[in-house]
Design a protein around this ligand. Structure first.
Ligand SMILES: NC(=O)c1ccc[n+]([C@@H]2O[C@H](COP(=O)([O-])OP(=O)(O)OC[C@H]3O[C@@H](n4cnc5c(N)ncnc54)[C@H](OP(=O)(O)O)[C@@H]3O)[C@@H](O)[C@H]2O)c1
Length: 330
């Protein structure tokens, strides 16, 4: 069935935040396609999520060259959906992809060389049937390639028109500072940093958030629900259709049990706030103005719907914050 987006999609359904000191505003919640959009998944389910997201004013979809499985199949599926549903709305969307993790055999199929990044971007554009992406990321720092080479490749991607902005992901604070300085010098300032950040993973609080603020770089927090742990998904065991139960999922069964005591306690606070745990976990990230967007995953429209409601209550009392802190630090 042909898709006609909701006319009221920008009528206060979602809020937008400025991405660092750039011209771009991103929705407070963005949709990531790492899981649930690959060759092993039901394409129509992914399609329904993308449609629902866009209807709610979610303008940002995040991909990477290697998402699947198999690697590349996410971009292929997204490309097919994009052609059917979103072609007429290209200018309304911020679509990102990344290069840096293993994608093809031989010495050039991963990391941060100019050869890897620019070849991978060409492949991604072909798979997604796009003329350009909005953000092209170096997916991870490469300890063996000069930082200048990786940043020059991002700059080249932008200058060639194949990407509109440059981003970095998983770069530690000091390297972010250096990368930012190089990109500024090249005339392609870094738009955004994509780090893992959730109640359970807080490395960014030890320096990175200060650096991005100083540098005028936005932040999009990935795996904000700790891949589903920070939800009610695992409160009564491991459901068969959950990420932890799937052989290809990146959340392993063994990771569930050690987290569950904290999850239960956090869930009680969420209930008092009249939020689901997922909503509270997202709101907890958005309380920091340096976080531009929270990059969620979802396996159903129902989950997505639940998560988008987070925006209705982003305020925490000092008492709630202290109680959360006590649970997280125990
Ligand atoms: N830059 C990087 O290195 C990097 C790495 C990883 C991810 N990312 C990006 O970040 C995005 C999000 O990562 P993620 O998928 O790990 O995010 P996440 O939001 O932490 O976890 C998503 C999972 O949580 C569960 N979930 C979501 N909403 C729920 C709800 N309301 N109730 C119950 N369960 C719920 C679902 O699990 P089930 O599937 O079990 O239902 C869903 O698949 C990715 O798609 C990707 O774009 C980037």
């Amino acid at each position: 069935m042909s898709y006609i987006p909701e006319n009221d999609r920008y009528d206060n359904k979602t809020s937008y935040r400025r991405c660092g000191r750039s011209g771009i505003r991103l929705p407070e919640i963005s949709l990531g396609l790492w899981h649930n959009f690959g060759g092993v998944d039901v394409v129509e389910n992914g399609r329904a999520m993308l449609r629902y997201a866009f209807d709610q004013g979610i303008t940002h979809f995040d991909l990477a060259n290697n998402y699947g499985p198999p690697p590349g199949s996410d971009e292929e599926n997204f490309g097919a959906i994009f052609k059917k549903d979103f072609l007429a709305y290209r200018e309304e969307l911020i679509i990102s992809t990344k290069a840096g993790y293993l994608m093809w055999p031989g010495p050039y199929g991963e990391w941060g060389s100019r050869k890897n990044l620019l070849s991978s971007l060409d492949q991604s554009l072909k798979r997604m049937r796009l003329e350009y992406v909005d953000i092209f990321y170096s997916h991870r720092p490469d300890p063996e390639t000069p930082l200048e080479e990786t940043m020059m490749a991002l700059d080249r991607a932008v200058r060639s028109g194949k990407a509109l902005y440059a981003g970095i992901s998983n770069y530690p604070a000091e390297l972010t500072k250096k990368a930012s300085a190089i990109l500024k010098q090249l005339g392609t300032p870094c738009l955004i940093h994509q780090p893992k950040y959730s109640m359970f993973e807080r490395w960014v609080e030890r320096g990175l958030l200060d650096v991005v603020e100083e540098e005028g770089i936005g932040v999009i927090a990935f795996s904000p629900l700790a891949q589903g742990l920070l939800t009610d998904r695992y409160l009564n065991g491991i459901p068969e259709d959950s990420r932890a139960a799937k052989s290809w999922g990146f959340l392993k069964k063994e990771q569930v049990a050690p987290a569950i005591a904290k999850v239960r306690q956090l869930n009680e606070i969420a209930k008092e706030r009249e939020q689901s745990l997922a909503q509270m976990a997202i709101a907890w990230l958005l309380k920091d103005h340096r976080v531009t967007s929270v990059l969620i995953g979802a396996s159903s429209v129902a989950q997505l719907k639940n998560n988008l409601v987070s925006q209705n209550n982003l305020v925490f009392s000092e008492e709630e914050l202290t109680r959360i802190e006590v649970i997280l630090k125990a």
